[in-house]
Design a protein around this ligand. Structure first.
Ligand SMILES: C/C(=C\CNc1ncnc2c1ncn2[C@@H]1O[C@H](COP(=O)(O)O)[C@@H](O)[C@H]1O)CO
Length: 174
């Protein structure tokens, strides 16, 4: 399975990096391919290192302006002209999207795929690994949108939440 991961480009403490590393290990050991932003920065770099060490394949989709931060050792590296093209390429190559802890870049990526799903233009699973309840605020907001009629489809058809890396893979198999 080609698993596209959105996650932080910053180095984070163990509370966040350990579950990300565990997720990466399961991805690699499961014989999956990591499709990601192609960077060696922060959690993105750690993720790629761990997937590679566990025997997984790496497909990086870099934007031209961040090429200098490119991960050395990816099996495939695609360079796009801009962020919009990169998001389209990431989605096109994914069989599933997994969201780890992240900041505005990650938010931008996840809202784009959920909006595409809302309009029926993307139909792959989107699973958020909610490490340390990092996404509890987002989850509350989305549940309110669902309950109060802001979404055309049930929330669970658009995005789901998992508490552990193992649960992410259980959801992807279901
Ligand atoms: C942090 C620094 C450089 C950032 N380099 C990036 N390279 C590739 N992809 C990136 C980079 N920054 C953001 N992205 C994409 O957005 C997500 C992470 O952004 P966030 O704001 O940290 O959540 C990630 O999924 C990437 O696809 C300087 O060291």
């Amino acid at each position: 399975m080609n698993i596209c991961v959105f996650c932080s480009a910053y180095s984070l403490d163990d509370r966040y990096s350990a579950p990300a590393a565990e997720f990466a290990r399961l991805l690699g050991e499961g014989g999956h391919t990591l499709v990601w932003g192609g960077s060696n920065a922060g959690l993105m770099g750690l993720l790629a290192d761990e997937v590679k060490a566990a025997g997984g394949r790496l497909v990086g989709v870099m934007v031209e302006m961040l090429k200098h931060k490119g991960y050395v050792g990816a099996d495939e590296l695609v360079v796009t002209r801009d962020l919009a093209e990169r998001k389209a390429e990431l989605a096109a190559r994914a069989d599933a999207i997994v969201v780890l802890v992240g900041g505005m870049g990650t938010m931008d990526e996840v809202t784009e795929v959920v909006e595409l799903k809302k309009h029926g233009m993307f139909d792959k699973p989107v699973v958020v690994l909610d490490t340390e309840g990092f996404y509890s605020g987002l989850r509350t907001q989305l549940e309110r949108m669902d309950a109060e009629g802001f979404l055309p489809r049930p929330l669970t058809e658009l995005i789901t939440f998992a508490d552990t890396p193992a649960e992410v893979f259980a959801q992807l198999k279901a």
